[in-house]
Design a protein around this ligand. Structure first.
Ligand SMILES: *Cc1c(COP(=O)(O)O)cnc(C)c1O
Length: 389
């Protein structure tokens, strides 16, 4: 088969930085590629396909329903749009212009990542709450219930929460406060996989909507993701994503959508530009099934063996293996280098270009994250590291 990247004059890269979106995310298994190719050669009703996707993603996450999106960021925009519009077709038609109705989403200050833009893109107004103490290291306290309660008003439609190892301790507080206020909690869990237990974790704790990336650890198509959660909110999100150029007389809504709740047939919504294609939907579901049934312990043991072999070949350079039990996801190799960012830049400009994770560069560490590192890249990676170090 001809190499599409070579034809385009685009270089292949050695990726030891993780499933980063800017490096193309996951590398898909052949089974996923084949499922997508087979899916591409037929016509199907996308609403019917999303109904099937809802059943599969609901089973995998423990949620009432689910939706395949074009990524976790798109899932966040749709989640916010669902919280604002619910079943109201007039609000769906108005978004992102929402100044005429309730549209505030509470967001703890330390959760205001670059991905908060995806929530705001719906038309939501983000309202910062809480203090920065634990997030900035200025103090010991995290989010407190009163900080959420004090910000509640009739214009608040939801609260957003960005899940990670540090923020997780505050999740029960947020869930309890949202429950008693009757507003949905939207959790960004885009990069919280593995471990696969996290697919169910946030829903089990009581989150109303949870967003996952399909193109990172799940190993699905790069432009895919999951929004899982409450059935009514997922239905609203789906309606705002589907192609709605339909005749009301002949439109067969997806089973997720209870037409009695709609006073009319929605037009194209805010999510029309985030359409998930049949290939992405089938590819994501195939990858999800593989991810759920994978033997994480065996996979991590294989990765650890590869990392140990790489470390042994780095000679005198300090390389520390951090096992999956400590990282909470895959094992990584932390390589201590003076001027980590300068070394990283040289690796990226090499031939072939090599990427290590810069997440701990500030403390003089480049992290070899093997999540999507191809086994055949181990040897050229060692050669590049030895040359630069
Ligand atoms: C990657 C990421 C996203 C966006 O995910 P996509 O699937 O690329 O849209 C959102 N939030 C966080 C925390 C992420 O790491």
């Amino acid at each position: 088969m001809s190499d599409p990247y070579a034809r385009l004059g685009v270089r292949r890269r050695i990726n030891a930085a993780g499933a980063l979106t800017r490096l193309g995310g996951a590398v898909m298994a052949a089974e996923v590629v084949e499922a997508m190719a087979a899916a591409s050669r037929a016509s199907v009703d996308i609403g019917e396909l999303q109904d099937a996707a809802s059943a599969r993603t609901a089973q995998a996450t423990g949620a009432e329903a689910g939706l395949v999106t074009t990524g976790a960021a798109a899932a966040l925009t749709l989640a916010a749009a669902a919280a604002i519009a619910r079943w109201d077709v007039a609000k769906m038609a108005a978004l992102p212009h929402a100044d005429g109705f309730p549209r505030d989403i509470l967001i703890p200050r330390t959760h205001r990542t670059g991905y908060a833009h995806a929530l705001a893109a719906s038309g939501a107004r983000l309202v910062d709450i809480g203090h920065n103490d634990r997030g900035t290291g200025a103090g010991v306290r995290g989010l407190e219930a009163w900080e959420i309660e004090a910000a509640l008003s009739p214009s608040v439609v939801a609260m957003a929460f960005s899940a990670n190892a540090t923020s997780l301790t505050d999740l029960p507080t947020a869930i309890a406060a949202c429950r008693s206020a009757g507003i949905p909690l939207i959790v960004d869990a885009a990069a919280q996989l593995p471990p696969k237990e996290n697919l169910k974790r946030f829903i089990a704790m009581g989150a109303d909507l949870v967003a996952f990336s399909g193109g990172k650890a799940l190993g699905g198509p790069q432009a895919s993701g999951i929004l899982a959660g409450r059935r009514d909110l997922i239905a609203s999100a789906l309606l705002q994503q589907l192609d709605m150029d339909v005749a009301p007389e002949t439109w067969t809504p997806p089973r997720l959508v209870d037409r009695a709740n709609l006073r009319g047939v929605p037009h194209h919504g805010i999510g029309r530009g985030f359409k998930a294609g049949k290939e992405e939907i089938v590819g994501l579901l195939t990858a999800l099934e593989r991810f759920v049934t994978a033997d994480d312990a065996a996979d991590n043991a294989r990765l650890e063996a590869r990392l140990k072999a790489i470390a042994a070949e780095l000679g005198g350079h300090k390389a520390t293996l951090v096992p999956a039990s400590v990282t909470g996801r895959v094992p990584v190799l932390e390589i201590t280098v003076p001027q980590a960012l300068a070394v990283s830049a040289r690796l990226q400009h090499g031939d072939p270009p090599v990427h290590l994770s810069e997440r701990h560069a500030q403390r003089g560490v480049l992290t070899l994250d093997p999540q999507v590192l191809l086994p055949e890249h181990d040897a050229p990676l060692v050669a590049a590291l030895r040359a630069v170090l």
